[in-house]
Design a protein around this ligand. Structure first.
Ligand code: UDP
Ligand code: MG
Length: 327
């Protein structure tokens, strides 16, 4: 009887985390303490149990020492330190794996996301949404970031069928079940709403206040946009065609074959009816060749993604050097 109680007790303790905050950190020494205080102010007033999971993604400044101190002061703070910088995606995956909360909230460490918005996310999850995505409606970043991002979001919403405005927003909340059932790798975390939607989860959106970056600097530039655009192909492919790659590649192949056949047929008829020469159009040939090559390269890329998706998960994409504050 005693044992049963003990196990029961332990189960309660283990499942007692309502909210896990997952925060990726790369060189954010200027904001961590303030961030921690702001989070406490909000979460303590909500009267629920929580943990704060910092993933130190290879910081080279004092970030790790600060987080370590916070963890020593407060047992709800846990820190995972990566051996080197593996990227925000890896940091989030690691956080998802470690998180014990029923609700998992991700936010940036640079104070651009405001902890006072957290209750809005929790409310929507409690209202039945499985994923709640923040929308930085009034985004405090330079125009060079805002305009491409707007176009990108429109295309993504259209292609994935998920009608939210701000896929890239790092401020999001998830029901535990969602993150434990997702296969994200590389930079695909950005498309979690689309990936989750394809699995039948309900997606919601909430407007959040956004602040300019005051300390440190952004770790991302233009290359992220290009990579993000390429990832969009992957996501559409993975969510729509993964199980039937033939429907994708075969469809494209068929289309090209038919177009090519019609062009040749047309040129042949042209030659026999007018007697004209048809073999001297280098630019046309060049253009056609480039297009076919382009599609082939893209298709090979997608095949690679498919293999990646099937085999991933057998090997972690990050290495941990220290874990602090875990039982
Ligand atoms: N970050 C990270 N690893 C990286 C780059 C960034 O963990 O390689 C973290 C960073 O510390 C911050 C969040 O990811 O908490 C968002 O980064 P940033 O503010 O540079 O992106 P932006 O707001 O400019 O999109
Ligand atoms: Mg930022």
């Amino acid at each position: 009887m005693l044992t049963i109680f003990f196990i029961f007790d332990k189960k309660i303790i283990m499942e007692n985390v309502n909210v896990s905050l997952v925060i990726p950190v790369k060189d954010e020494e200027g904001t961590l303490e303030t961030l921690y205080e702001k989070i406490l102010e909000v979460l303590e007033s909500l009267n629920l149990s929580f943990e704060i999971l910092f993933i130190d993604d290879g910081s080279t400044d004092r970030s790790f020492d600060i987080m370590k101190q916070l963890s020593q002061r407060d047992s709800r703070v846990k820190v995972v330190r990566f051996r080197r910088n593996f990227g925000k995606a890896a940091a989030l995956s690691c956080g998802f794996e470690k998180a014990k909360g029923e609700i998992i909230i991700t936010m940036d460490a640079d104070l651009q996301d405001d902890p006072k918005e957290i209750p809005k996310f929790i409310d929507l999850i409690n209202n039945g949404y499985d994923v709640v995505s923040g929308w930085k409606k009034d985004r405090k970043d330079p125009w060079s970031k805002k305009i491409p991002s707007k176009i990108f979001n429109k295309i993504t919403a259209w292609l994935t069928g998920v009608n939210i405005h701000d896929f890239n927003c790092g401020f999001k909340a998830y029901r535990n079940e969602v993150v434990k059932n997702l296969d994200i790798y590389g930079e695909l975390y950005r498309y979690i709403p689309a990936l989750a939607y394809s699995k039948g989860f309900r997606i919601g959106e909430v407007v959040v206040e956004h602040h300019p970056r005051i300390y440190g600097r952004s770790k991302y530039g233009w290359e992220r946009l290009i990579k993000g655009f390429l990832d969009l192909f992957t996501v559409v492919f993975l969510t729509r065609f993964l199980k039937r790659p033939m429907h994708f590649f075969g469809g494209l192949g068929l289309l090209f074959f038919i177009v090519g056949f019609l062009i040749n047929l047309g040129l042949t008829i042209y030659k026999y009816t007018t007697g004209a020469l048809i073999g001297s159009r280098p630019l046309l040939l060049f253009g056609v060749l480039l297009m076919i090559l382009g599609v082939q390269f893209l298709s090979i890329g997608l095949l690679g993604e498919m293999i990646n998706n099937v085999t991933h998960g057998r090997k972690k994409e990050y290495l941990i050097s220290e874990e602090i504050g875990f039982e």
